[in-house]
Write a protein that binds this ligand. Structure first.
Ligand code: ZN
Length: 298
């Protein structure tokens, strides 16, 4: 499976985030659905297969059917008023600054996955729905959920600093053919261009497929500048690796004429003087996913 819960922080982590951890603790992760041990695999940067978690799930685990659920979720709405949403999903971004290691003296017993900490209990969501809400420490699992369940974007999503409260409202695609001043804070996204990102000691700059066009030709693209001057080497490698893998996937996929693209997601600030430019300072607030994004016509 592609994500698990970190028992120490209680957050959902995507397997790709393992690239960021210098020495991966194999005892630290559990299945999001049933709490069974989840063992990180293929997480060395040189591994050909992308990172994932291996797990022997309990019989009633709802994550086991998740791959099937994702296939179905791209064709129809999965949630219902009566039963809520059928799988655990991130409903909240929580940025924890200091990771305190606390093993709590639990002697090898794997606890039930922690539920979303604090926060208001949904007025209109049943108890089962509340149990399926999790918090995420980066926008990655959240962006993945946005892609996987296009017909369920009414699901709750709480992101610090963002007023909107559902998946459908928190995410905003950058205009393909226009430079816009975006006044509300959102998780913005757009396909990456194929050009190699610009790298300096102070920042990484990625050019996006959107912005001012003249006769369909992009003349002033939106750009995302990641201020990585103060970052550790491993954080830089993690972000640039992720972009590079997705960029190459997109280039090789183009021949197949599918709708899959390398989408960049970020929570950033638009420059006051230059509408083409967005600033991102935190590695947890940017990610790149190679996939197709479906926009249902309701
Ligand atoms: Zn499980």
């Amino acid at each position: 499976m592609e994500s698990a819960i970190d028992m120490v922080t209680g957050e959902i982590i995507d397997a790709e985030q393992l690239w960021l951890i210098e020495s991966v603790d194999k005892e630290r992760y559990i299945c999001r659905g049933c709490g069974a041990k989840a063992v990180p695999a293929s997480f060395q940067p040189e591994n050909v297969v992308r990172p994932y978690f291996r797990s022997t799930h309990n019989a009633d685990c709802d994550v086991t059917g998740e791959a099937k659920l994702i296939v179905r979720g791209r064709q129809e709405k999965l949630g219902s008023k009566l039963t809520g949403f059928p799988a655990p999903y991130p409903s909240k971004l929580v940025l924890v600054d200091d990771r305190v290691v606390d093993d709590g003296g639990s002697g090898g017993e794997y606890p039930v996955p922690p539920r979303t900490r604090g926060g208001p209990r949904g007025r209109d969501s049943g108890p089962s729905d509340i149990q399926r809400k999790r918090s995420a420490g980066t926008i990655r699992p959240i962006s993945r959920t946005f892609i996987n369940y296009p017909y369920d974007r009414y699901l709750d999503l709480n992101v610090p600093g963002v007023d909107a409260k559902t998946y459908g409202q928190v995410f905003k695609k950058l205009k393909w053919d226009e430079l816009v001043s975006y006044t509300d804070k959102k998780i913005f996204y757009a396909a990456m261009r194929w050009s190699v990102p610009l790298r300096t000691d102070d920042y990484l700059e990625v050019s996006l497929d959107g912005g001012e066009r003249e006769a369909k030709k992009l003349v002033r693209p939106y750009r995302v500048r990641v201020a990585w001057g103060g970052w550790s080497k491993s954080k830089r490698t993690y972000v640039s690796n992720e972009l590079e893998v997705a960029r190459k996937d997109a280039i090789s996929e183009a021949e197949k004429k599918t709708n899959k693209k390398a989408y960049l997601f970020f929570l950033g600030r638009q420059d006051h003087d230059d509408l083409t430019l967005f600033h991102v300072t935190d590695h947890r607030l940017i990610c790149c996913l190679f996939d197709e994004i479906i926009w249902p016509k309701f």
